[in-house]
Ligand binder design. Structure first.
Ligand code: SF4
Ligand code: SF4
Length: 428
């Protein structure tokens, strides 16, 4: 008699899914149209039909180990064709939001940064903390508070020393939480796939070859937005997303370069500040181009999301809008702070600058705890997909001279063929 397996649905998972915007999941009757029309689903990695079934049954652990959820870009093509209006694209979006909370540590931060009140509260708290730090710093420097004397220059209110004292612990927390999330996710998907290479490297490959062979090509693919651009219904969203991603990279480069020039060279050795830079400075031009790209990119995403939500192609959760508004706030306060400084309006410039710092810190803190974490998990899924494909094909040799054997023990046939070959060679 066949063995009976009892399925235990995780009701809290289903509840969380419904709350995150996956409330249409039960409409699905498994026709598989979604998987057929999805431009990103392949024969080897077919989705989202199976995820709809697992979600209906509350199979939380199955979903946690499913990298395919992160290969979806919520283009909405499947939702447009679903005969039951089960909105599989949105259900996958809700699954991803739940996964972010699932992997977040501490979870309280994910709860706080996934709702409007929590994010607003964080921005306000950061604003107040920055002002307290600026006040304490003014006691040390003797500059006027809250409006230093003379021409507006932001280093008069906060130099890199107090900024680093506040920011570095947050950077540490974000890096630690990101590392924990990525490694737990990797371990879940590796366990669930059950694919183990005979090199013995899976599921923990060596870091160097992992980067060279899988991470770098995956990141290249993400930077080019190749898969995102395959989407049909919301194709335009890929353009805004690409602009935004590149603007973040450019701003990250600017921050690093200015940190080295100002904080490492100018202030300690030349005893003067490199900032504010004149508008013609190439670094400033580069930064301003990035700021414009950020605002245009997020505006395009906002418009597309609004339009597609109105058309019913896409559902937008509270978390989607929070991230959009937060990025907007970072861009707008950054540009305003620069303009107000150039106009030398101290009464507005300093508060706007402090608000800019508050939004930047909140956005950065949100990286592992909010929808922003898709950056971490989608990249990991892209990397894992390549790694797993290679393992299945017996190519995950990590720089070994010979290709490793395919997954599974060598067949008798393969062994005898190899023996024959050796015999032939010996004869020769
Ligand atoms: S989500 Fe819609 S298209 Fe996909 S299997 Fe279910 S009913 Fe069919
Ligand atoms: S939303 Fe787009 S990428 Fe995601 S499953 Fe549907 S068709 Fe595929």
């Amino acid at each position: 008699m066949a063995e009976t397996k009892k399925i235990q649905p995780d009701l809290s998972f289903i509840r969380g899914l419904m709350e995150a915007g996956g409330d249409t999941v039960n409409k699905c009757y498994q026709c598989a149209t979604c998987t057929v029309v999805c431009p990103l689903s392949t024969e080897e990695r077919a989705f989202p039909r199976k995820e709809m079934l697992w979600a209906q049954w509350g199979l939380a652990s199955k979903i946690a180990g499913d990298a395919d959820v992160w290969l979806c870009h919520q283009c909405g093509d499947c939702s447009a064709y679903c005969p039951r209006d089960a909105k599989p694209g949105d259900v996958l979006g809700a699954i991803r939001l739940n996964a972010i909370k699932y992997y977040a540590e501490p979870k309280a931060l994910a709860d706080m940064l996934s709702n409007k009140a929590g994010v607003l509260g964080t921005v306000i708290a950061a604003f107040v903390i920055w002002y307290i730090v600026a006040f304490l710093w003014s006691l040390h420097t003797g500059e006027g508070f809250p409006f230093p004397e003379g021409t507006v220059a932001y280093h008069k209110i906060l130099t890199f020393v107090p900024i680093d004292i506040v920011v570095l612990p947050i950077v540490g927390l974000v890096l630690w939480a990101s590392y924990k999330g990525i490694t737990s996710f990797w371990s879940d998907i590796a366990k669930a796939s059950g694919v183990v290479s005979y090199t013995g490297t899976a599921p923990k490959p060596a870091i160097g070859p992992l980067f060279k062979k899988y991470v770098i090509p995956a990141v290249q693919e993400i930077l080019e937005h190749k898969r995102f651009e395959e989407c049909g219904e919301t194709k335009e969203r890929a353009k805004g997303h690409k602009l935004l991603l590149w603007s973040f990279i450019m701003l990250f480069i600017v921050t690093g370069v200015v940190f080295i020039i100002n904080d490492v060279i100018f202030v300690p050795f030349l005893h003067k500040h490199f900032t504010p830079m004149p508008l013609w400075n190439p670094i400033k031009i580069f930064a301003n181009i990035a700021a414009v790209m950020l605002i245009v990119g997020i505006w395009m995403i906002f418009q597309m999301r609004k339009q597609k939500t109105a058309e019913g192609v896409l559902k937008s959760s509270e978390q989607d809008w929070i991230l959009i508004w937060l990025i907007f706030a970072v861009g707008i306060t950054g540009v305003l702070a620069e303009l107000l400084r150039l106009m030398n309006i101290a009464g507005l410039a300093y508060p706007v600058y402090i608000l800019h710092l508050a939004t930047v810190v909140t956005l950065f803190l949100a990286v592992p705890y909010s929808k922003f974490a898709h950056l971490l998990y989608r990249t990991t899924a892209y990397v894992y997909q390549r790694y797993e494909d290679d393992m299945k094909a017996g190519k995950a040799g990590f720089g070994m001279e010979k290709e490793v054997l395919p997954v599974g023990p060598p067949s008798d046939e393969a062994e005898s063929a190899e023996d024959e070959e050796k015999k032939e060679e010996t004869k020769e």
